[in-house]
Design a protein around this ligand. Sequence first.
Ligand SMILES: C[S@@+](CC[C@H](N)C(=O)[O-])C[C@H]1O[C@@H](n2cnc3c(N)ncnc32)[C@H](O)[C@@H]1O
Length: 259
Amino acid sequence: MLSNDTPHERDRLEAIQRNVDAFTTGILQGLPLQASWHCLELGAGAGSIAYWLAENCPQGRVVAVDLDTRHLDAGRAANLQIQQADITSGGYEPGSFDLIHARYLYCHLPIREAMVERAARWLAPGGWLVIEEPYHLPAETSPFPAVQRLLTAYQRMYREHGADMAWARGLPALLARSGLTEVSFTGNLGCMGGLDKDRWRPLISQAAPALLAEGLVTEGDLGEFSALLDDPAFIDIPQVTISAWGRRATQLPATPATS
Ligand SMILES: C[S@@+](CC[C@H](N)C(=O)[O-])C[C@H]1O[C@@H](n2cnc3c(N)ncnc32)[C@H](O)[C@@H]1O
């Protein structure tokens, strides 16, 4: 369902970027971003945030890593490096980056907590780790029966693929437990329908063949959902994106003297 090989993957990645890039860059602009920073974009997708970082850190460099780099363009900036790698098996030297950002990645990883700790170690002293992940609201609380059916199926499919769409709730505490300081967080309410009626169309189009094959939804459900998206009075809130960030201390705490 989530494979980069599906024909709708590019549309899905671009829909994500259109919908949440302004929120993400707002958070990044709130950090003391410097032109010389070395940045790492984990699970870079179609690359918009990596490109933004490359533009905003012109004297630094940006490494954009993804399992599948077909949607990334290395020619976008001279200070941009694209890497095809699985971040759960590779790694970087401790202290390599001033900023590490990941969005909608950790929920898919099999070892989420260990990967937060690992990313924290890749930070230079004073460096920032920013992670943004979805928190799906309960499908059955949607006021629209068609959305209840579709989201129940969609969420079940994600769970069966090992994704955790509620993990984000523990993210601020996890950053603090990973030794980061100045931990902060905020939320971005997702919108289904309303002014952004096309945000969910590519997401559901990508998942539809698998949902139908598993018998989790019918063609009728998909048709009803598509009609809802065309209805200007249809607005629902399927998820919140929880964004949390913290900073590696500029100096490690002194080791207590042994007597
Ligand atoms: C939902 S997309 C989000 C893309 C981008 N971060 C964004 O928000 O626009 C998740 C991305 O993470 C990548 N990904 C998933 N598991 C990965 C792993 N173990 N190592 C590297 N990239 C991974 C996928 O290939 C995909 O491009």
